[in-house]
Design a protein around this ligand. Structure first.
Ligand code: HEC
Ligand code: HEC
Length: 218
């Protein structure tokens, strides 16, 4: 089957399934990204390196949250307690105690996002919010809402999409390779549609950034 034709079929199927609410998958890293960009970037900066708009008015420099020297030493539990303001090693100076205003699941989502900042080897190129929306509309039919590759179409076509939550496999591909596969399909595999002409370059970038979050969300 031609890849472009598969793209058309996927669009139709996606339309039919849209109302099925297959899109409400919880992706911790994504939720953390949203929270981070509402509350944390002010001091830590949107890239996590500590240069946010409020940083200059603090006595202490906000921590560089991408630094392996810092994050590498902390367990997820340590990070959770530090963010909550309940660390046994004492309260951080100039760092709000988020446990007072944020429930634990939200703080866990933030920890996932900090791990993403710390571990992902590829820059975020697009807008993950738009990426999530597009993924829900066009990709879940085959890749599944959780990205593991068990979408509805895998029951009716001889296909086995890659697990998008597998960080090792996904990190092995750079952003350019992912966007090329989305635009032109996969040379080895007939059933990954070519989205060129259906999706713009910025939309494909956004999909790539959402894929990065899916792959670091365990
Ligand atoms: C008002 C500024 C401010 C805001 C807003 C802020 N932080 Fe901080 N944060 C700091 C400062 C300053 C430090 C460094 C404290 C120190 O070294 O004692 C810090 C340290 C941290 C650390 C400790 C890093 C380590 O391993 O030592 C973590 C984790 C952290 N912040 C996460 C967050 C998260 C998540 C948010 C958003 C929910 C956030 N911060 C919002 C100022 C801020
Ligand atoms: C008709 C089914 C189908 C749809 C719809 C679909 N894919 Fe795929 N996709 C596949 C299959 C099958 C593979 C496996 C190709 C392979 O193993 O190389 C794949 C592979 C991929 C890969 C490459 C991973 C690898 O194997 O190297 C990426 C990235 C990807 N898809 C992203 C997307 C995105 C983003 C969308 C939505 C815009 C999407 N796919 C929609 C079937 C689909």
């Amino acid at each position: 089957m031609k890849k472009q034709l598969i793209a058309v079929l996927s669009l139709c199927l996606a339309g039919a399934l849209m109302s099925a609410a297959a899109r409400a998958e919880v992706v911790k890293t994504y939720d953390g990204w949203k929270l981070y960009n509402s509350y944390c970037y002010l001091c830590h900066g949107s890239d996590g390196k500590g240069g946010g708009p409020l940083a200059k008015s603090l006595k202490l420099n906000p921590a560089d949250l991408t630094s392996n020297e810092r994050l590498g030493k902390r367990s997820d539990r340590d990070l959770l307690l530090l963010i909550q303001g309940n660390s046994p090693h004492g309260k951080l100076k100039d760092m709000p105690q988020w446990g007072r205003v944020m429930p634990e699941p939200q703080i866990q989502a933030l920890v996932s996002y900090l791990r993403f900042l710390h571990r992902s080897r590829h820059p975020l190129v697009g807008n993950p919010e738009q990426g999530r929306e597009l993924y829900g509309r066009y990709c879940v039919a085959c890749h599944g809402a959780d990205g593991k590759g068990h979408g509805v179409m895998t029951n009716v076509l001889p296909i086995k999409p890659i697990d998008h939550t597998d960080a090792v496999k996904m990190d092995a591909m750079d952003n350019r390779r992912l966007s090329n596969i989305i635009l032109y399909g996969d040379a080895k595999e007939d059933y990954m549609p070519a989205w060129e002409g259906f999706l713009s370059k910025p939309e494909v970038d956004s999909l790539v950034s959402y894929l990065r979050m899916l792959s670091h969300s365990k």
